[in-house]
Design a protein around this ligand. Structure first.
Ligand SMILES: Nc1ncnc2c1ncn2[C@@H]1O[C@H](COP(=O)(O)OP(=O)(O)OP(=O)(O)O)[C@@H](O)[C@H]1O
Ligand SMILES: Nc1nc2c(c(=O)[nH]1)N=C(CO)CN2
Length: 175
């Protein structure tokens, strides 16, 4: 069965854009993952732990035959491969991949919580997510995220860094 998932990517160490590109290439190289869409790349003020460099953040949409747990394993493996180290909670990282949504499923287990529990607190997630899916609704919410996000906190801390051009899923990385 084909499933749709939204994944957020973030990086604030080293060549941040290359980490985003490499992570997307790793996910796309999996035969069971198809890139469907992606947002512009945003430069964002750090949230949670503030004494660190600004992030590049973006959101991608994929179609996949993988279960949510298999998709998580692929994301964690890509993080490992790209040198992610967990030193400080919410601290600097070469790459962070979070599963925001998987269809309209609600998943709550030790390993995985979907929808990602902090979507609605994070302008750096909501702005790119709404860019690619303006009418998105979170499961068990009777209102589109766009309405819930009208009073997005810290909107000023999220600025376009590289604008998406065209609909081709790889155009972003060609220019
Ligand atoms: N929706 C999800 N997407 C990715 N990882 C998740 C999700 N829900 C739970 N996890 C678990 O969280 C762990 C990763 O935590 P991590 O250190 O990346 O958190 P973080 O990205 O720093 O913080 P935050 O969760 O606030 O974004 C993974 O090992 C995974 O098992
Ligand atoms: N701007 C920004 N801040 C963060 C980010 C992130 O990706 N972007 N990730 C965090 C932990 O998941 C904590 N804080």
């Amino acid at each position: 069965m084909m499933n749709t998932a939204f994944i957020s990517l973030g990086s604030n160490i080293g060549d941040r854009f290359s980490y985003l590109q490499d992570a997307i290439e790793m996910l796309s190289s999996n035969k069971k993952i198809n890139m469907v869409n992606y947002s512009s790349v945003y430069e964002t003020d750090p949230v949670g732990y503030e004494d660190q460099d600004r992030f590049l953040n973006m959101v991608i949409q994929v179609d996949t035959e993988l279960s949510p747990y298999e998709l998580l394993e692929i994301c964690l493996a890509a993080e490992q491969e790209l040198g992610r180290k967990r030193l400080i909670k919410w601290g600097p990282r070469t790459i962070d991949l979070d599963i925001l949504l998987y269809n309209q499923d609600n998943i709550e287990s030790e390993k995985l919580t979907v929808p990602h529990p902090r979507i609605q607190e994070r302008a750096f997630v909501m702005i790119p997510l709404l860019e690619i899916k303006p009418d998105i609704t979170l499961p068990a919410m009777d209102m589109p995220l766009r309405i819930l996000a009208e009073e997005i906190p810290d909107k000023k801390g999220v600025q376009i860094w590289k604008r998406k051009n065209g609909e081709d899923a790889f155009a972003l990385f060609e220019s």
